[in-house]
Design a protein around this ligand. Sequence first.
Ligand code: URA
Length: 214
Amino acid sequence: MENLNISNNPVLLQNLSILRDEKSTCQQVRIATRQITRCLLFEAARTLPLVEKQVKTPIATTTVQVINPDIKIIVAPILRAGLVFIDEALEILPQAVIRHIGMYRDEETLKPVWYYNKIPALTEPAQNHYVYITDPMLATGNSLVEAIKIFTDMGIPVKNIRAICLLAAPQGVENVKKTFPGLEIFMAALDEGLNDRGYIVPGMGDAGDRIFNT
Ligand code: URA
C-alpha cells in the first residue's frame, strides 16, 4: 500500500516476536518496544532536509551533511502508550520538542475522547515543521486522525507529518488514508484486523497495560 512503510529488518522482527508473546514480561516488552522504535524512527527520519557544512577532521577539512538546524522537529505521543517512544526519539532527534496529545478510546464507541490538549501555537512558519506522531496501536485510526488534524489545522503540510506505530489494522490504515491520503505511516507489522472489542488481531493485547504493567 502506498505510503505504508513496514519494516522487515531482522532486529525489528526479533523484537516484534517478544511484543506478541503473552509470556513476555513488562520489562521485556518495554525493551523490545525501544528497539523497534529505533528501527522505525531511523527510517521515518530519512527524508529530513539536510544542509552542508565544513568540519576539520584531525587530518583535513571536509564537507559534511547535517539535519537543517532551521527546521523544527515535533514528536507528539498520543497518551499514554505513545510515551514509550519518547526516550528513543529524543536520543535520535535531540533537537525535537515533545507535544503531548491526551486522548483515550471510549470502550463503547471506540471514538477518541480528549482529556489533554495544550499544544502551543507555532512561532515559526508551518512548513518548517516536521512532526512524528507516536501511537503504538493503529486500530480504528480515529485517535490518529484527530491527532493529525491538530497539526494540519496549524498549517503543517501532511507531507511533513509521519505516524509511527508498532502494529496496525487494515481498517485503521484505510481510515487515516481516507482523510489524509499522503500521510506516511511507519510500522512493525500490518495485522489481520480488529476483534469485536476493537483490539488488533493477532496484535499484542493492550499496549498501555503491557508496557506500563497495569
Ligand atoms: N489499543 C491497544 O492497546 N491494543 C489494541 O489492540 C488496540 C488498541
